[in-house]
Design a protein around this ligand. Structure first.
Ligand code: FUC
Length: 755
C-alpha cells in the first residue's frame, strides 16, 4: 500500500499549520500549499535563530543569574522545616533571565503564475511518503501543469520543478524577509542578510535553470515562456553548535554557493536518485499493514471518515500516520544539523509558539521516542550532539544554581539544564519558576540517548559520545541529592512536577527519573567495563531514592507528601495533561508486569487523568496504555489523537501545531506491536480488537534485533528475527492456543524464521 497524503483541492495559503505539506532534509524545510495561480512556499533553515551571544548582548550567559544556589539552599531549608509559605516567596529567585530568542522564518517564496482562465480540473497535490516527493498537478484552460519538490540530505538542497504543457510565465518573490540584500549572480537569486536581533548571518540561494527567459527584479525573478524550470534552493547561516560564541566564522555564502552549483550540474534526476537512495535506506526498513481493506481518500476526507468510525479509513489513516511520523523524523533530524524542535524544522513565523525551541520537560524527549523502535536510530544523532553541546553552558548553570562547580581540578563535574533550551546553550531555568524549573529534565533526556545503545548495540558511540554525557549528568545528580530525615530518602529538592501542583520535596517525577538514570548508568558502565568511585556511589544511593508510593486513594502518588494533612489538594488538576509521575511506566522501565501493585496504582492514576487532552498528551497516554498491555485503551487514545488533535495535513496540534504528538503517536503504534523493555521481545503486546490482522517488517527491539511478523485474529502466523551483530534473545508471541516463547541464538547477519 502506498503511503500518500493527498488533496483534491488547493490549500488555503493563509492556514499554514493545517494546510501545508512539508518537505525537509534536517537542515532545511519547505512547506507548500499547492496554490494554482499563486503559491506560497514557507522556507526554513534550522539554525536561523534570534537570541544568544552577539555584539549587542556582550554579557549573554545562557539565562544564568549569579549565585542562585544560596536561595536554593534557603528554599531547601524552609521546605525541610515545613515553612512552605516562606519557601514559595523565594521561588522567583530560582529563575533565569535575558533574551531567550526564537527560531526564525527564513522567508516566504511567493509564486504568481500567469495561467489561462478556466476551471481547474484533475487537481491533485500530494506528499508521497514512500518516495519522499511532493507534487501538485492540475489542468487549467487546457494547460497541464505539474510542480514537484524534494529535499535532499546528501546534497543539502531543495529542488523545485515547475512544468507545463504550454510555455508559461511566472514570478517568484521573496516576502517576510530579514534585513538583507537581494541580488543575482548569473542565474541565481541570492538572499543574503542578517537576523536583526543578533547579527547572525545567512545566505539563501535560488539557482534557476529554465528553458524560458529569466529576468531579475529587486525581490525576485521573472520567468518568461518556460515549459520547464528547476530551482535549486539552499540556505546556511554562520551558526555553529559551539560554546560560547556559537558562530562558525565562515561566511554562509561559502557554504551555499557550491551547493547550488553542484546541484544544478547534477540535475533533477540524479539529485532525486541520490535523495531517494538516502531516504529509502532509512524509511524502507519498516512496513506496516493493518487489516486488509483500505480507504483511498484525500487526507481531509480520510480524517472525516475516520472520525465517523469507518473501518477502512481507520486502517489507512493509522498506517499513514505511523509512516508520517517516520517521514517527519527523517525530514527534520539528520546528522550534522540541530535536532528536531517543537515544529521539526518547519516554521512560518519569527515569533513562533514557545519560541519553537527545545522544550525538555516532555517535548524534545517525545520527538525521539520513535527513533529506535521504528528503526531510525541515525535520526537521534543530532540529539546526542545537541546534548553534548549543552554540557559546557550546563556547567555554568550547575555552578550558579546548584553550587556544583567544574574547574581545572574537577573538570566535567556536572551539567544541567531546565525546561527550555536554545541552540545558544540556554540551560538556565525559565523566567518563571512554575514552568521553568525542572532539575530532572536532563535525567529524562539521558534515557533518550542511552536507548540509542540499547537498540543499536553500537559500543563505539556509547563509549565516545553517549557515556561521557551520561556520566557527567550522573555526577551532577549524585552531588545534588540530599538526605531528608522526614522522608528517610535521598531527595531532589525543591521539586515541581511539570506545570502541576505544589512545590514539594522529592516528587515522583524527579526521583523516578534520577533512579532510571542511575540504573542506566550502571548498565552502561557494565557494557564498557567501567567501574570506580562514581559507580560505587551510585550503587549506594540507588536504594535510597524510593520514587514510587501508593497513596491513600490507591493512586500512584505524584507528590510524596500527598497524604499529609497540610498538603494543598486544591492545586491538583485531575485531568492535567502532564503525566509526570508515570515516567517509570513509559518511557522508563521500572513499572512493569513484575511490579503489579505499582502498575495498578499507575493505571488508576491514568484513569484519574482521563483520556482527553492536548496532542502530545494524548500521544503520551497512548504509549502508557500500550505499556500496560491494554490494546483497546491504547487504541482509544490513538483515535482521540487522530480524531481530535490532528489537522487536515496530519500535523498534530496542541493547539497550536506541535510535532511531538506526531512522533509520540508513531512511537506508540510501534509500542502496541512490539515491546522489549522487560528483557524479552514481546510481539503484539497491546494490539486492539480493531487490528484483527496485519503485518509489519523491520521494527526494532533492544539488543539490536529487527523483527517482522504477520498476525490473524490476534495470533501470530509468521515471525522472523534478524540481527546485524548477532546475539541471543527470547521472543514471546500470541498464538491461537495462548502465548508461546522461543529462545533464539542468532548469528551476525542472520535472519531466523520462527514460523
Ligand atoms: C510543555 C507543555 C506545554 C507545551 C510546551 C511546549 O511545557 O507543558 O503543554 O507543549 O511544553
Amino acid at each position: 500500500m502506498s503511503n500518500i497524503i493527498w488533496f483534491d483541492k488547493e490549500g488555503d495559503l493563509t492556514k499554514w499549520e493545517s494546510q501545508c505539506l512539508p518537505i525537509g532534509n534536517g537542515y532545511l524545510g519547505a512547506s507548500m500549499f499547492g496554490g494554482v495561480r499563486c503559491e506560497r512556499i514557507v522556507l526554513n533553515e534550522k539554525s536561523l535563530w534570534a537570541g544568544g551571544p552577539c555584539k549587542n548582548r556582550p554579557d549573554y550567559r545562557g539565562g544564568n543569574k549569579r549565585g542562585r544556589y544560596k536561595y536554593v539552599a534557603e528554599v531547601q531549608k524552609l521546605l525541610a522545616d515545613g515553612d512552605y509559605e516562606n519557601a514559595v516567596k523565594l521561588l522567583p529567585e530560582l529563575t533565569g533571565d535575558g533574551d531567550f530568542g526564537a527560531y526564525q522564518l527564513l522567508c516566504d517564496a511567493v509564486l504568481d503564475f500567469d495561467l489561462p482562465d478556466g476551471e481547474i480540473k484533475d487537481y491533485m497535490r500530494k506528499l508521497d511518503l514512500d518516495k519522499s516527493l511532493y507534487s501538485c498537478e492540475f489542468t487549467l484552460g487546457g494547460v497541464r501543469c505539474s510542480r514537484e519538490a524534494f529535499a535532499s540530505y546528501p546534497d543539502r538542497v531543495i529542488a523545485f520543478r515547475f512544468s507545463c504543457s504550454e510555455k508559461m510565465n511566472f514570478t517568484l518573490k521573496l516576502e517576510k524577509i530579514h534585513p538583507s540584500r537581494i541580488f543575482t549572480e548569473d542565474d541565481t537569486l541570492v538572499y543574503n542578510g542578517t537576523v536583526e536581533d543578533n547579527g547572525m548571518r545567512f545566505d539563501a540561494r535560488f539557482k534557476v535553470i529554465t528553458d524560458g527567459g529569466l529576468e531579475i527584479f529587486s525581490e525576485g525573478i521573472f520567468v518568461r515562456g518556460a515549459s520547464e524550470t528547476v530551482i535549486y534552493f539552499t540556505a546556511a547561516t554562520d551558526y555553529e553548535m559551539n560554546y560560547p560564541a556559537y558562530r562558525s566564522g565562515t561566511a554562509p555564502e561559502a557554504v551555499t554557493a557550491p551547493i547550488v552549483k553542484s546541484a544544478a550540474e547534477k540535475g533533477w534526476e540524479a539529485l532525486y536518485s541520490t535523495h531517494y537512495a538516502d531516504y529509502s535506506a532509512l524509511y524502507d526498513r519498516v512496513t506496516l499493514r493493518l487489516n486488509s481493506d483500505i480507504a483511498v481518500l484525500p487526507a481531509d476526507k480520510l480524517l472525516a471518515a475516520y472520525r465517523g468510525g469507518d473501518r477502512s479509513a481507520m486502517n489507512s489513516l493509522e498506517t499513514l500516520y505511523f509512516q508520517y511520523g517516520r517521514y517527519l523524523l527523517i525530514s527534520s533530524s539528520r546528522g550534522g544539523a540541530l535536532p528536531a524542535n517543537l515544529q521539526g524544522v518547519w516554521n512560518e513565523s519569527n515569533t513562533p509558539p514557545w519560541c519553537c525551541d527545545y522544550h525538555i520537560n516532555v517535548n524534545l524527549q517525545m520527538n525521539y521516542w520513535g527513533a529506535y523502535n521504528t528503526n531510525l536510530a541515525e535520526t537521534a544523532l543530532p540529539l546526542i550532539d545537541f546534548l553534548d553541546s549543552l554540557r559546557e553552558p550546563g556547567r555554568v548553570t550547575a555552578a550558579e544554581y546548584y553550587n556544583i562547580v567544574s574547574d581545572e581540578n574537577n573538570p566535567e563535574n556536572g551539567w544541567t539544564a531546565h525546561t527550555q533550551c536554545s541552540p545558544f546553550g540556554w540551560t538556565a531555568p525559565g523566567w518563571e519558576f512554575y514552568w521553568g524549573w525542572s532539575t530532572a529534565a536532563v535525567a529524562w533526556l539521558m534515557q533518550n540517548i542511552w536507548e540509542y545503545y540499547e537498540f543499536t548495540g553500537d559500543k563505539k558511540t556509547l563509549r565516545e559520545r553517549i557515556f561521557p554525557i551520561m556520566r557527567e549528568s550522573v555526577r551532577f545528580y549524585t552531588q545534588w541529592l540530599r538526605y531528608d530525615e522526614k522522608q528517610d530518602r535521598l531527595v531532589s529538592t525543591p521539586t515541581y512536577s511539570p506545570e502541576h501542583g505544589p512545590v514539594t520535596v522529592g516528587n515522583t517525577y524527579e526521583q523516578s527519573l534520577i533512579e532510571q538514570l542511575f540504573i542506566d548508568f550502571l548498565a552502561a558502565s557494565g557494557e564498557l567495563s567501567e567501574d570506580g568511585e562514581l559507580q560505587n556511589k551510585v550503587r549506594g544511593m540507588l536504594p535510597k531514592l524510593k520514587p514510587y508510593h501508593v497513596g491513600k486513594t490507591g493512586l500512584l502518588k505524584e507528590w510524596f507528601e500527598e497524604d499529609e494533612p497540610d498538603f494543598d489538594h486544591s492545586q491538583i488538576q485531575h485531568g492535567h495533561r502532564h503525566l509526570s509521575h508515570l515516567m517509570g511506566l513509559y518511557p522508563g522501565k521500572r513499572i512493569t508486569s513484575s511490579t503489579p501493585e505499582v502498575m495498578n496504582a499507575a493505571k488508576m492514576s491514568m484513569n484519574d487523568r482521563g483520556d482527553e487532552s492536548t496532542g502530545w498528551a494524548r500521544a503520551y497516554r497512548l504509549n502508557l496504555w500500550a505499556r500496560t498491555g491494554d490494546g483497546n485503551r491504547a487504541h482509544k487514545l490513538l483515535r482521540g489523537l487522530l480524531g481530535d488533535c490532528t489537522f487536515e495535513n496530519l500535523w498534530d496540534f496542541h493547539p497550536p501545531f506541535q510535532i511531538d504528538g506526531n512522533f509520540g503517536g508513531s512511537a506508540g503504534i510501534a509500542e502496541m506491536l512490539l515491546q522489549s523493555h522487560e528483557g524479552v521481545i514481546r510481539l503484539l503486546p497491546a494490539v486492539p480488537s480493531e487490528w484483527q490482522s496485519g503485518a509489519f517488517t523491520g521494527l526494532r527491539a533492544r539488543g539490536g534485533f529487527v523483527v517482522g511478523a504477520e498476525w490473524e485474529n490476534g495470533a501470530v502466523t509468521s515471525l522472523n528475527v534478524s540481527s546485524k551483530s548477532g546475539g541471543e534473545c527470547t521472543v514471546t508471541f500470541p498464538t491461537s492456543g495462548g502465548v508461546s516463547a522461543a529462545r533464539l541464538k542468532i548469528k551476525a547477519g542472520e535472519t531466523v524464521k520462527i514460523m
